[in-house]
Ligand binder design. Structure first.
Ligand code: HEM
Length: 516
């Protein structure tokens, strides 16, 4: 063997030896600490339900530290409870933690190829590239007019039907996402796309409940009459619905493109690109369907719940509401609605958005990642295949980074000396490393315009009973895939006659181009 062959072979051998030694060493290390476990079933008995998980993990972290480990019937969960640990692993060593665990129920009803559930690999990268580019920071401004328009519709709906606050916010985020993704404008309450969004919410909340499939995939062979096998029938019934929701909007846009009536949208652009490059096939059309469905799946519920959390926060913190309104009034003088061009002049409103997201992240325990390979961290072993949970609740309540963390204080994000100069916990809100939310800039815009416009024209107040007594709202949270406030009484009252006129004018202006 001559020198030119020997050197690369030696390097390769050395690399293999180092890997083997490292792996053996890592295997000898102990796992991160955790609460005492039962034999065989590990921490199964201790596991909190999805509603309480983030807070229970946060409590455990006070005793066991910011890197904990749990064993659920042989599955290893690593809970990261600090910004530092989450950044070290999920960002600095991102390639080892970009994988996802499997979600058996979601996969079986038809979301196996949905980006958010995909394992890390070439197929993931292909889908991720498709969604990432159109929603980059400097590109999302093209959606501003859709957001301003739909915000006007939401304000108008609040004015006309104040008792249906929740529904109007849901319609706002759904309408916006459907127009951005498919160019479809929602104009009526019985719109097919709105119905589709409602069906997806029902599916998400039904499938959030644990099933035997979480224990082992072999249970999907059970007969549907078997006790506890409710999911067999549910999967069978739900699969065709999910398939339709993925495929039908793509067919609609294809038909519109052929007829020359398609509106500019994520899907219309992608279909045109694929056709131009000769890449339009059943496979690429399927992938596009999945990615577009993820814009809806990722963007609608999350933003909807964030805006409802904002309303709850305003109800509980009237002085913050007043400060936000004062800042807006100084810019608009009450004579117009704020728009995106005002954003730089409204730093406190920006902080209200950030504080809403920090105070109650819609994924309080994040979305799990999975370790691709064995790893060593602070002298502890992170085993290959472990589920990695960055507990957003602990990170956003960390008193080392946020003073008085459980209070709602937007000024914490203002630079010193006006504020505390604290840093927005982007990871806890939008995720980490290679799986970070690709829609985060759009999300911040969608929530910002809603917040700015609601504050400009409405007072968010407690309701009163028949005798005129204030009804103190009790804000409770529920969790499906995302966490949301359960319905609470809230009175949205126009701040003045002028404010009500602005709402009507905004609505008329945005409906002027609609052919009915
Ligand atoms: C307030 C609104 C939003 C919040 C709080 C939010 C938060 C998150 C979080 C925490 C993740 C998981 C990241 C991780 O695994 O580390 C995620 C993933 C994702 N989000 Fe968002 N998101 C929002 C809006 C949006 C929007 C508007 C879109 C649409 C463009 C979107 C699309 C997605 C997708 C496709 C994923 C999966 C990414 C992957 O697995 O690689 N999200 N989001």
């Amino acid at each position: 063997m001559d020198l030119t062959t020997l050197v690369p072979v030696a390097i390769l051998l050395a690399f293999v030896v180092i890997q083997v030694v490292q792996r053996r060493r890592t295997r000898r290390l102990s796992l991160p600490p955790g609460p005492p476990a039962d034999p065989l079933i590990g921490h199964l008995r201790l596991m909190p339900n999805t509603n309480d998980a983030a807070e229970v993990f946060h409590g455990w972290a006070q005793t066991h530290g910011d890197v904990m480990s749990l064993d659920i019937l042989g599955k290893r969960l690593i809970i990261l409870s600090s910004q530092e640990a989450a950044t070290d692993l999920l960002e600095r060593r991102g390639s080892n933690y970009a994988d996802r665990p499997s979600f058996p129920m979601y996969e079986r009803i038809g979301w196996k190829d949905a980006l958010v559930f995909l394992p890390y690999g070439p197929y993931f990268k292909r889908q991720r590239k498709m969604i990432q580019s159109p929603f980059e920071k400097d590109k999302v401004a093209v959606y501003a007019h859709i957001q301003e328009q739909e915000a006007c519709v939401m304000l108008y709906n609040f004015l006309n039907e104040p008792g249906k606050m929740d529904r109007h916010v849901h319609r706002y985020t759904t309408a916006m996402i459907m127009e951005i993704a498919y160019g479809h404008r929602i104009l009526s309450e019985d719109d097919e796309y709105l119905r589709m969004a409602e069906e997806i919410i029902d599916i998400l909340s039904a499938t959030a409940r644990p099933s035997l499939l979480d224990v082992s995939p072999i249970f999907d062979k059970l007969p549907s009459w078997f006790p506890g096998a409710w999911f067999i029938k549910y999967i069978e019934e739900t699969k065709p619905i999910v398939r339709q929701h993925v495929q039908n909007p793509i067919s609609d846009v294809q038909r519109q493109l052929a007829a020359g009536t398609a509106k500019s949208s994520f899907v219309s652009h992608q279909l045109e690109d694929l056709s131009r490059e000769g890449q339009l096939s059943a496979e690429s059309r399927y992938d596009l369907g999945m990615v577009a469905h993820m814009i809806f799946g990722g963007g609608s519920e999350t933003s909807y719940h964030t805006i409802v959390i904002f309303l709850a926060c305003m109800l509980m913190n009237p002085e913050v509401q007043r400060k936000g309104q004062e800042e807006i009034d100084k810019i608009t003088e009450g004579g117009r609605l704020p728009d995106f061009t005002d954003r730089d002049a409204l730093p406190y409103v920006d902080c209200i958005v950030k504080e809403t997201m920090r105070w109650h992240p819609v994924f309080p325990s994040g979305l799990p990642h999975r370790a691709v390979d064995d790893d060593e961290y602070r002298g502890m072993r992170i085993p290959k295949g472990a589920f990695i949970i960055a507990n957003a609740r602990s990170i956003t309540w960390d008193p080392r980074h946020f003073h008085d963390p459980q209070s709602f204080k937007p000024e914490r994000f203002l630079p010193k000396p006006e504020g505390a100069g604290e840093i927005f916990p982007q990871g806890a809100v939008f995720g980490w490393g290679r799986r970070i939310c690709p829609g985060r800039y759009l999300a911040l815009d969608m929530v910002w315009i809603a917040v700015a416009r609601i504050l400009a024209v409405f007072d968010i107040q407690e309701t009163r009973d028949g005798a005129g007594n204030i009804i103190k709202p009790n804000i409770e949270f529920g969790t499906a895939l995302t966490s949301y406030p359960k319905p609470f009484p809230c009175d949205l009252r126009p701040r003045s006659k002028k404010a009500a006129d602005l709402i009507k004018q905004g609505y008329d202006m945005h409906m002027a181009d609609v052919d009915i």
